[in-house]
Design a protein around this ligand. Structure first.
Ligand SMILES: [Mn+2]
Length: 301
């Protein structure tokens, strides 16, 4: 690995669930950027917390009947980040992500704040020329043009992704401004609130999201952990009540994932606020389950 883009990588001593399998189709990338969190910072500690939480989880997926140990993960470490320069960090993230996307690796980003996602999508765009469709699981729309004058705030993540030309679909939203709502409607950004998702049920949700993604050539999923109800995921930067249940989200992903799914991230976990570490454990499970269903659809069909 002599590409200059990989100079931004720093090895870590504890890898995701202990995996260090270079030939795996899945690359784990820590993205400990924690600069713009307005309420509860700490997401810089999340990559390590999630890596170690996964150590305690069983690798067998009940939904898929496959053991994640069959394919494993190549945990390449953390991207070395500047302590305050967000735009420089997005360039570094997109450098590293484009390297792995060019090699057809399935990138799993572990944030860090949600601002890392526009950097990842830019990396995809550089590698493939066309950005993937992006499914965002999140309490927030993140469609603000700026937050207090700053464009690369975590409250603007999906607005930046939308500007990169990616089709965006939002699931679990329940906290947004009137301006964001108007922007979503005006720009045909489909969204499902957590209230709709839980009352309409999983089958409806699966068919709705599948239809939205029908025309997409490539699909990327970003899991903002605050999309879940704080009862299941208390350790996040900006918690919001009335969120999604883990079973709803995992059933959704299991119902829609196919060979087009080429990467995902898990962001916004804040370990200092994660009572009992349960948010990091859910994040670890989410990574194992999502990888397994992607593996099944891409390599076993
Ligand atoms: Mn959010």
């Amino acid at each position: 690995m002599s590409d200059a883009r990989l100079l931004w990588l720093n090895e870590v001593s504890q890898r995701f669930a202990g995996f260090n399998r270079e030939e795996s189709p899945f690359v784990i990338l820590g993205l400990p950027m924690d600069i713009t969190s307005s309420y509860r910072p700490g997401s810089r500690f999340a990559p390590q917390a999630i890596r170690s939480s996964a150590q305690t989880l069983e690798f067998y997926s009940v939904r898929n009947g496959i053991d994640a140990g069959e394919f494993g993960f190549s945990d390449v470490g953390d991207v070395v980040l500047h302590p305050s320069d967000v735009e420089e960090n997005l360039r570094r993230i997109s450098d590293v992500v484009s390297y792995f996307r060019e090699r057809d690796k399935i990138t799993i980003g572990i944030g860090g704040e949600h601002t890392v996602t526009p950097g990842i999508i830019e990396g995809f765009r550089r590698a493939t020329k066309t950005p993937p469709c992006v499914l965002s699981i999140d309490a927030h729309m993140d469609l603000r043009d700026d937050y207090m004058g700053y464009k690369y705030d975590h409250a603007c993540a999906m607005r930046r992704v939308h500007e990169l030309g990616a089709k965006v679909v939002l699931v679990g939203v329940r906290a947004f401004t009137k301006e964001e709502l108007d922007f979503a409607r005006k720009n045909d950004i489909p969204f499902v609130t957590s209230l709709q998702a839980e009352s309409m049920g999983t089958n409806w949700l699966i068919s709705y999201v599948s239809r939205v993604l029908e025309e997409c050539k490539e699909v990327y999923v970003t899991y903002d952990m605050d999309g879940f109800d704080p009862a299941y995921a208390p350790g996040v930067a900006t918690p919001e009540p009335e969120g999604l249940r883990p079973t709803t989200v995992l059933d959704l992903i299991n119902g829609i994932a196919d060979e087009r799914f080429s990467g995902f991230d898990v962001v916004e976990v804040s370990p200092p606020f994660d009572y009992g570490g349960i948010t990091a454990i859910l994040a670890g499970r989410l990574i194992l389950e999502t990888s397994t269903v992607i593996y099944k659809n891409r390599f076993l069909k």
